[in-house]
Design a protein around this ligand. Sequence first.
Ligand SMILES: Cc1cc2nc3c(=O)[nH]c(=O)nc-3n(C[C@H](O)[C@H](O)[C@H](O)COP(=O)(O)O)c2cc1C
Length: 336
Amino acid sequence: MTDGNPVDSVETMFGTPAAPTLWLSPMEGVTDPPFRHICKGYGADILVTEFISSEALIRNAKKSFDKMAFEPSDAPTAIQIFGHDEKSLCEAAELAAARKPAFVDINWGCPVRKVVSKGAGAGILRDIPRMVSVTAAVVRQLAPLGMPVTVKTRLGWDFSDLPIVEAAERLQDVGIACIGIHGRTRSQLYAGEADYTLIKAVKENPRMRIPVIANGDIDAGPKAKAVLDYTGADGLLIGRAAMGNPWIFTQIKHYLSTGEELPLPDLATRKAACLAHFAALVAHYGPVVGGQLIKIHYSGYFKGLSGFKPFKAQLMRTADYAEAADILEEYRLSMA
Ligand SMILES: Cc1cc2nc3c(=O)[nH]c(=O)nc-3n(C[C@H](O)[C@H](O)[C@H](O)COP(=O)(O)O)c2cc1C
């Protein structure tokens, strides 16, 4: 199953409460191969591609196939797919499985209107029987390949209907290997604070046997520990807090093992990491696209540091690596 993506054991790969895993949460336009590789280097245990349209995959769209690429050294990497049509999802899951990821994840959590309006992503949370039957079909499709299927979802569509405890159990019963839960409803989008009460309830359901991964607003060691302690989860999915701060995985691991918070990296370290990221994007996409893609990461790399604003404005006006390196050096000198 995993010759391109070796893992010790499927049973422990997802984590346990005693040895929780830290996942890089899938993020469209962010968790591309260069960023995943960087996060792996700073301690992410499991990497997930951004969501990939099942319809695009079965229509052989090159861009979507490119999103599935990963280096064997970045194992375990999972491929996440989304869609609304059972047949397309099954076919796409098989195309994803052919890349030999550690597992295939189904996105049942994306809140974006054009996704949910078709019944894909979090749209499925209004129809749990369909969520269960479509997931079961994907599990059946990949079972002969020995490829695990997982689900990432939210608490429910809105606060009037929070089906996650029952849904998680039913998804388990049709054969998913692990479930990731973002502690928000679809209607919240990203507003308000993530609520872990129902993630704890899923984990405490005596009929649940599969690992449960908690997600939402985890941005530092103390928060990670609090969420793990409260929910009893087997791991954490970390999304936005990793943008421009791939050290988050090291920081959380250090905190979980010592109870001490590591200091944030200094400006010189952040500058070096940002430029290494820029170089990796250029190597992967070429200078034009790479020079644009780094721009979403600048704020994260220099978050909380004073005096960055005018330099960020300059950085946003260039896509050239050498020019960006000069601007960042000027910034460093201005702060020295
Ligand atoms: C820019 C962006 C893109 C995202 N794309 C995806 C995606 O492709 N698949 C997915 O399951 N979730 C996606 N998410 C949701 C995140 O994986 C995560 O569930 C959410 O941001 C909450 O976790 P966080 O507070 O750690 O960021 C995305 C989030 C952001 C901010």
